[in-house]
Design a protein around this ligand. Sequence first.
Ligand SMILES: [Zn+2]
Length: 650
Amino acid sequence: MTLPRVLMLAASVAVLAACSKKAEEAETREVEVSSIPDEANGAPGGEQEAAWSQLTTEESRDPFTYSNYEDVRVTHVDLDLAVDFGTKTLSGTATLDFRRLSDEAGALVLDANDLTIETVEAHVSGDWLTAAYTLGADDPVMGSRLEIALPAGADRVRVAYATSPEAEGIQWLSAEQTAGKEHPFLFTQFQPLLARTMAPLQDTPAVRITYDARITTPPALIAIMSARQDESGERDGDYSFKMSQPIPSYLLALAVGDIEFEAISANVGVYAEDYIVEPAAAEFEDTPKMVDAIEALYGPYRWGRYDLLVLPPSFPFGGMENPRLSFMTPTLVAGDKSLTNVVAHELAHSWSGNLVTNATWRDAWLNEGFTTYVENRTMEALYGPERAAMERALDKKSLMDDVAAAERPELTALKMPADLAHPDDAFSDVSYAGGMFFLKFLETRFGRAVFDEFLKAYFAHYAFQSITTEDFLSYFEDNLWAENPEAVTKEEIDAWIYKPGFPDTIENPQSDAFEKVQDQLDAWLGGGDVAGLETGAWTAHEWLYFIGAFPDNIGVEKLTALDGRFGLSQSQNAEIASAWYLKAIPAGYEPAFAPLEGFLMRVGRGKFIYPLYTSLIKNGRREWADSVYQRARPGYHPIAQKRIDEVFAG
Ligand SMILES: [Zn+2]
């Protein structure tokens, strides 16, 4: 997922505040490799002792699921759901195939959240029998525990249920909230814990499922899923889907709306509302080249087609790597391909995350750090080392800001602490940019050619598996480090993975282009005329660097001069506009506030709007921010509403 990379750690403080007892315990605990029991050491046969011991079953267990996946494991899910825009519900059945891993297992425990359960049946010797079940109390993070008693010989269960109109993972947009204004729209966003708001599941990345689905909708609408799309090609309100590769539950995804399709190549295309489908296909026309570039580096794309769905502006993220069908924010359609690194990112997840998956959210850097690294290598392959270096330089600045703002040091190590309060806390710059810089460090020490081969083998070795950080370290030790033991020390690796903050071995990305921008900025701040700035050849990256490097006390006069010449308050590039507003707010630059209001009303992407609301409140504009938010809130996604409510409450 491409998340709001700003303020995530600050936001995590709010989550911690809600469970302060847990937070206090957290302060006194450090998770270091030395604290991991060394049971796995000293394997029989006199082998050399491993540098990193493996986790016990208990330590590697995902704490954010109620499910008893160690004893009974769901392998396949069959969904048959009707979409009702009137009641804002999905209703129907989920049929789950499972395998018993323990002979004693007498129950199947699932995760559910805000589901109304109607009946539960178990399949025994060809018959469906009513099964006893209990639904536990609703926990704000985990949802409810659904325990189903399993009769002897049962091999499937079938749950008839309905979702809630308030389901946090499903956004229902009215016709007025879409661009076309004629038909309603719905889309899901499940990572990390919200698939359980759509269906009763073992909702943990440790469990992989295949799925089939039948979705019925109003006949004018199209349904698409993270699967092989309906092949009839008819818009008839009855759609069937198949995902034959095993995926973690958070990659289930559904969208329903008045959706059009535009092909980019034989295997790549764009789904979107009519107004943006052609501009988006043009913006993302390099996607097939990105597929080729990643395949050349890291082995075959394993998912068949690769399509992009451009969502309405309320989508709270940059993108979500739903397999075969990445969900994307429309703010990427900037007209100049300047923001397509997000496409490279979501596509890269087809290897890191979707193919090789973090087994728990404590290991989120295995998904996001690897993906940010592959994203950057893809940008380098397509657009050259200068653009890749600029993107790393911007990432590094953002990472260091995040680390400096962190109130809990444990959240600045790649491996998240055992008492992580919420998986969202694992999705900060630490796991994204921090993970990328760790892999960059390994690339530098072992050499690019060797490291590329290693990564390619890693993706093949763990394909369609869910693994922990310690699984990665063990594989690294055997397959890379063993070949060249002098390249790194164990202390260096431990510092990256288990110690808070980032070690001195982190890259300092050098960008000639940014140095030139800095020279111009210095000259202008030192008394130069705004007319003297030579920005004609600047890309969006150079603008972002330029604005990001303003001193805190830049003042209204300078902003006025700049806005007068370049019209930054009206920028149609959402990255540039939001960076500009973040400077305009503390400076009290009034002409930016009307366009800022329009931006907040129009855009629901968390990366932009969370820091903007936070800055408004911090800089004495609470009342104004609140009046905008009250009007904008109905159009925001439930995830964004919850987060911004916390910003106002905090
Ligand atoms: Zn991601």
